[in-house]
Design a protein around this ligand. Structure first.
Ligand code: SAH
Ligand code: SF4
Ligand code: F3S
Length: 460
């Protein structure tokens, strides 16, 4: 899940941001670009000529963290070459969760880094950059002042990039799953006020955004009045904003009001990412997940009771310390019972400072590989079956962008599947009925039901 923020405008100074990790980092990268634009920084899609490079990093697994150090090595070479050729000197900044978790180590391991800024402090980037012209080695982590960050950013003044957008409503985590670094990198649970969220959503809708995905490490723990259900209702009333999604949810915070909202609100899309991690109660307990396999399955049943066609997605970790074959079999059994539309699977990665890193019974890499392959095979089969089940149906598709082939557009179904169809560019940003004709593991192919899209379909 790494990507770049799209290019815009003619640059006076060039800014390149590389984003790793979760959607919240994607949101943060966009906001960093917004904060830096008054200083004359325009986004560029390569680091080659950049005056400022920001790596927005992820600490979740060891691999994600190591990628940052190898990227920094490449950037240093690029900068040295450029300086040797008499070019301008680029500023190298590290932002995000690695910056928060090991800022000092970054400075020590890679002296080319000019500044380090944690996820709650990037509104201070302009000031830091001004200072870095004078001296290197600023480290700023503004320990978890999320309220200060959002106050400083303000709810409006965002540049929308397309017809869908992420919108952070909640940050941080109080759950302390024993494998996870997020409570340490993002701090405790904190929610923005409904007023600022609504203002930001209206600003986005005015720029043509038709779908928002509300973000939070525990988005359904949203603590504004009435919880996430009330927030969704409020946003669903904004003209032009026809689709609302949210991610990521914790089973513990899936309350009745939110479940009911899925049955009542057309704008709330029938897709739910609800990580379970394991199907073994013994392992779930060691993970400190606060749900059992049984309670999770019952929860899914209640959700499907409210919205029968709900597409369920999940996260799984294989090879957590102490996981035996029988525990892994329990995970496969849970997957068979739930029947997932899609899922994300990970091999357990030992993260320094987390309780699980010190647990006995660390699992062999080869065993993790084998379990991951078996789990993926089962989930793949379910994803293909879920997608194949859409063939022959007419789905409302929000077209987002041109496809790879001329004349083709790519959009999303209510269930978050990518849908390819031959369609004119003017349908970008419109929700249009598409007859699904083919399916694969990750996407659907379809055809417009009619050339006359004046009677635009409202989302089902
Ligand atoms: N707040 C969300 C997402 C957390 S990170 C949630 O609770 O669901 C996204 C996923 O990364 C987690 O759901 C988990 O499956 C995975 N993950 C987190 N720490 C990990 C680790 N140490 N090793 C392997 N996977 C991990
Ligand atoms: Fe990590 Fe667990 Fe919090 Fe999710 S709920 S961010 S997995 S500690
Ligand atoms: Fe990674 Fe931080 Fe997100 S650790 S998954 S970027 S919250």
């Amino acid at each position: 899940m790494s990507g770049q923020t799209p290019t815009k405008g003619a640059p006076s100074k060039r800014l390149f941001i590389k984003t790793y990790g979760c959607q919240m980092n994607v949101y943060d990268s966009e906001r960093m670009a917004d904060v830096l634009s008054p200083l004359g920084y325009a986004l560029s899609d390569t680091p080659d000529e950049a005056d400022l490079v920001v790596l927005n990093t992820c600490h979740i697994r060891e691999k994600a963290t190591e990628k940052v150090y190898s990227e920094l090595g490449k950037l240093k070479e690029m900068r040295d070459e450029r300086v040797a050729e008499g070019g301008s000197r680029m500023i190298i900044a590290v932002a995000g969760c690695v910056a928060q978790a090991e800022g000092e180590e970054i400075m020590r391991r890679q002296p080319a880094v000019d500044l380090v800024v944690g996820p709650q402090a990037y509104h201070q980037l302009p000031e830091l950059i001004a200072r870095s012209h004078r001296a290197r080695g600023e480290r700023l982590s503004a320990d978890f002042a999320a309220d200060e960050k959002f106050d400083a950013l303000g709810p409006v003044g965002r540049t929308a990039h397309g017809v869908t957008a992420f919108l952070t409503v909640q940050e941080g985590c109080d759950k302390f799953c024993t494998f996870c670094v997020v409570p340490y990198t993002r701090g405790g649970e904190w929610s923005r006020s409904p007023e600022t969220i609504e203002a930001e959503a209206r600003d986005l809708a005015a720029q043509g955004v038709r779908e928002v995905t509300l973000l939070g490490q525990n988005v359904n723990a949203y603590a504004g009045e009435g919880g996430l259900a009330a927030l969704v209702r409020r946003l669903a009333a904004i003209p032009g904003l026809d689709r609302i999604r949210y991610t990521t949810s914790h089973p513990r915070d899936m309350d009745e009001a939110l479940i009911a909202a899925h049955g009542e609100l057309d704008a709330l899309m029938p897709y739910l990412h609800l990580p379970v991690q394991s199907g073994s109660d013994r392992i779930l307990k060691a993970m400190n997940r606060s749900h059992t396999a049984e309670s999770y399955v019952r929860l899914i049943e209640r959700i499907r009771g409210s919205r029968p066609d709900m597409a369920i997605s999940g996260d799984f970790i294989v090879g957590f310390p102490g996981e035996r074959d029988s525990d892994f079999e329990a995970t496969l059994a849970l997957v068979r019972e739930v029947n997932y539309a899609t899922a994300f699977t990970f091999k357990y990665s030992r993260r320094p400072g987390t309780p699980a890193a010190a647990m006995p019974g660390q699992v062999d890499e080869a065993v993790k590989d084998e379990r991951l392959a078996r789990l993926n095979a089962l989930l793949d089969e379910q994803a293909r079956a879920f997608n194949a089940g859409q063939v022959g149906k007419v789905l409302p598709v929000l077209f987002e962008r041109p496809g790879r082939h001329p004349g083709q557009l790519i959009g999303r179904s209510p269930y978050l599947q990518a849908v390819h169809a031959t369609a004119p560019d003017r349908l970008i940003g419109r929700i249009v009925p598409v007859r699904i004709e083919g399916s694969a593991r990750m996407s659907l192919a379809g055809a417009l039901v009619s050339d006359d899209v004046s009677g635009e379909l409202e989302p089902a």
